[in-house]
Design a protein around this ligand. Structure first.
Ligand code: DAH
Length: 343
């Protein structure tokens, strides 16, 4: 037994890996293992010696188990440490850059304008981009023969009747016809418009307008001014002022151009406002009686105001962009411009 004990200690001392360890298990406590065999010899031992003999084998077995467990833990730890070392992540390596998507800045601006108008009870409506001459011109008080109908300005699709809308104003007409004389009407319509322009930094054959129309009782220019002022302040800042300049549109009388005080130089004059201190962002006016009448609203009873913002222009000013082509570019290097915190 003393020899076996020395063997156990020696064997377990020399064991190199898990496999050796498993073999030792077989050697000592396996079915035909050395310690197991000692147990089976019990029957040949005299009764007086049995107790002592049994205790000694138990001691041997406990010794083996204890040393075996120590080694087992040691090898398992070693294995885990090796694995950790092999699979370690080098956090000093530069990461692969992930290009995040970002909302299109023009869409975002339009959504902001929609929010402001919706908070004032306006509906956001849609209209067709392929439009009839009747809605795009005729019912907006632009008779046949008017220069705006010139094929150089408008894309005609079929003869002289079907065209790509050159403005969102026909949606005013469609909304009133749908309203069937009922008031109030409060709507905005953001949408694409088309004109035969050459594409450059400030022109595009396709651009976005945000049309607006309000029809109710006793609507005046001051209602229009107050409304536009709220929107401008929400979009560009509380310190921005609005001014109206006389203008001419066939579907409004009187007509105005809406200017805002330059947010860049605060009216002092800079490159953005071309040294005037003011920037034009919309056309607007009081709805022409003919337009109301043609769409089924009695101009003696009802009045209204209308406006049309240039969406790209607003976005270019708000986000300091000097080429409107970036709004429509699929080049990631350009759209990355939009991937900014404040956007
Ligand atoms: N439709 C005009 C344009 O394309 C803009 C406009 C001006 C719209 C006056 C309006 C308005 O509703 O009242 O230039």
């Amino acid at each position: 037994m003393e020899n076996i004990k020395t063997d156990i200690l020696k064997d377990l001392e020399n064991v190199k890996n898990m496999e050796d360890l498993n073999q030792l298990k077989v050697k000592y406590i396996g079915k035909k293992g050395i310690i197991t065999m000692l147990y089976s010899k019990m029957k040949d031992i005299s009764n007086e010696e049995k107790k002592d003999y049994g205790m000694k084998i138990n001691e041997l077995k406990n010794l083996f188990n204890e040393k075996y467990s120590e080694k087992q833990v040691e090898f398992e730890d070693k294995l885990i440490n090796e694995k950790l070392e092999k699979e370690a992540i080098d956090i000093s390596l530069p990461a692969i850059k992930v290009l995040n998507g970002a909302p299109n800045i023009l869409e975002k601006l339009i959504e902001e304008v929609e929010e402001v108008f919706m908070s004032m009870g306006y509906d956001v409506v849609d209209g067709p981009e392929i439009e009839e001459d009747k809605y795009n011109f005729e019912m907006l008080n632009i008779p046949k023969g008017h220069p705006a109908r010139d094929a150089q300005d408008t894309f005609y699709l079929k003869g002289e009747e079907i065209l790509l809308r050159s403005q969102t104003s026909p949606v005013q007409v469609r909304t009133m016809l749908k309203g069937e004389g009922k008031t109030p009407i409060r709507m905005i319509c953001p949408g694409k418009t088309y004109r035969r322009d050459d594409d450059d930094a400030t022109h595009s054959h396709q651009f976005m307008q945000i049309e607006g129309l309000l029809v109710d009782k006793d609507i005046s220019l001051s209602d229009l001014k107050g409304t536009i002022d709220i929107v401008v302040k929400k979009m560009f800042g509380e310190s921005i002022e609005t001014r109206f300049r006389p203008s001419y549109y066939q579907f409004t009388e009187p007509s105005v151009e809406v200017d805002i005080s330059c947010f860049n130089c605060e009216g002092k004059g800079c490159n953005i406002c071309k040294k005037t201190g003011w920037i034009t962002i919309a056309g607007a006016g009081i709805v022409h009686p003919n337009v109301l009448k043609m769409s089924g609203y009695d101009p003696k009873k009802w009045s209204g105001f209308a406006f049309g913002f240039g969406a790209e222009r607003m976005a270019m000013l708000k986000y300091d962009i000097n080429d409107l082509r970036v709004f429509y570019s699929t080049d990631l290097r350009e759209s990355k411009l939009f991937d900014r915190e404040e956007v």
